[in-house]
Ligand binder design. Structure first.
Ligand code: PLP
Length: 400
């Protein structure tokens, strides 16, 4: 018999969200008829807005006629890559530095194949689970040591450091994952903080994978929406981004990665050339229907729809945050991100999760699922219908 990939065996537990879904199912089974409301997952709930949706429909229709039909798109529609460069990066990147993907998470997984099993990894702690779990699958994370993986440097983001890590701990020649606005803390890094991150990466021979999946939720105009707003970032940072949260494309699947030609490995080889090779080897491009929708999302009407949709979720975030503050619970996030990170000092986060489920019939996400520094925190997600968020917040008052 063929043996199991040893790296899969190294995965500590079930992926966080299936674990939460299991607990929800168990509660529902023992409380039939009770309506459970989820403020737990980061899945979008609101319909795609009309202008963008019409482009998706039109994209599908075009495939049914000879003049409109298209097949493989490889690295993505040139017009979409050009538009992304113009809208998000002031035209700074050529289209062969922008790669259209089927989503940021998928690219985060594939990007790890550039670096291999011997790579040192540094992550914000807490962080979006795929950075760590993907590193486990490539072998870079090593084995589980009780409170973390041997090959990963966890960079704690705590109330004490205002949720920005101490960069002195970043190992030389490492791959550094950084997400801003962060999932789960909701913290959005300032220009000074990102400057320090880029400087550290350059000084120590690191490459940053910068996850900007929530950049369209930033409302404070002083906060950077992309790492490339920082001098010299194009020599050390890959940026991944997505249409999932701003345009409601979680099920449509569309994102992009920027891999600047200026980034080199220690031997001087081009990271961009390798990424192009990998994209052509294990990925055959994003759906052309999704890309038609993506193009519409970036014209003036589409950008207005993105603003309206992100405003809606930020409105939910404000309702949740105001409720928690009224209850005397310390929290951050929610102003420039759809997540609120709430602190329950001295408590175990799975235990708080269970208490909220049982007292309020509201599903949340236990902070410990995002890394050791997430202990005693709960993540509240603003992705939900307004009436459900309002009802959930009424129920949360039972925590008083
Ligand atoms: N990056 C972060 C930080 C996320 O929170 C998520 C989804 O929750 C993703 C990426 C996934 O994006 P996509 O749907 O484009 O794969």
């Amino acid at each position: 018999m063929i043996s199991r990939n040893q790296y899969i065996a190294n995965l500590k537990a079930g992926y966080l969200f299936p674990e939460i879904a299991k607990k929800r199912r168990e509660y529902a089974a023992s409380h039939p008829g009770v309506k459970i409301i989820s403020l737990g997952v980061g899945n979008t709930t609101e319909p795609i807005l009309p202008h963008i949706n019409a482009a998706l429909v039109e994209g599908a229709k075009k495939l049914g006629v000879l003049e409109g039909y298209s097949g493989y798109q490889d690295e993505g529609l040139p017009s979409l890559r050009e538009k992304i460069s113009e809208v998000f990066y002031s035209g700074k990147f050529s289209i062969d530095e922008i790669f259209i993907s089927d989503g940021a998470k998928c690219d985060i997984g594939r990007l790890q194949t550039l670096f291999g099993a011997g790579t040192k990894i540094a992550v914000q702690d807490p962080s979006y689970p795929v950075y760590v779990d993907g590193s486990v699958l490539t072998g870079a994370a090593g084995i589980w040591e009780g409170n973390g993986y041997a090959g990963i440097t966890y960079l704690p983001c705590t109330a004490e450091n205002n949720f920005f890590p101490n960069l002195d701990a970043v190992p030389r020649n490492s791959l550094v994952y950084f997400c801003s606005p962060n999932n789960p803390t909701g913290a959005a890094a300032t220009c000074d903080q990102l400057n320090a991150l880029v400087k550290t990466a350059i000084d120590r021979g690191c490459i940053i994978i910068f996850d900007a999946a929530y950049s369209e939720f930033i409302r404070d105009s002083k906060l950077p929406k992309t790492i490339y707003g920082i001098d010299n970032a194009a020599s050390c940072a890959i940026e991944v981004n997505s249409f999932s949260k701003p345009a409601g494309f979680t099920g449509v699947r569309l994102g992009w990665s920027v891999v600047p030609k200026a980034i080199k490995y220690s031997g001087g080889e081009s990271v961009n050339a390798d990424w192009s090779r990998i994209a052509g080897t294990i990925f055959n491009g994003a759906s052309n229907i999704a890309q038609a929708g993506g193009l519409a999302a970036l014209d003036s009407e589409g950008l207005k729809e993105i603003r309206a949709l992100t405003d809606f979720y930020l409105g939910n975030a404000k309702i949740i945050r105001d409720t928690l503050v009224k209850l005397g619970i310390t929290c951050i996030g929610g102003g420039n991100s759809p997540y609120i990170w709430a602190r329950f000092p001295g408590r175990d986060s799975w235990e708080v999760f269970q208490e909220i489920l049982e007292k309020c019939q509201v599903v949340t996400t236990p902070g410990i699922g995002f890394g050791p520094a997430g202990q005693s925190f709960i993540r509240f997600s603003a992705f939900g219908h307004r009436e459900d968020v309002e009802e959930a917040c009424k129920r949360l008052e039972k925590l008083a």
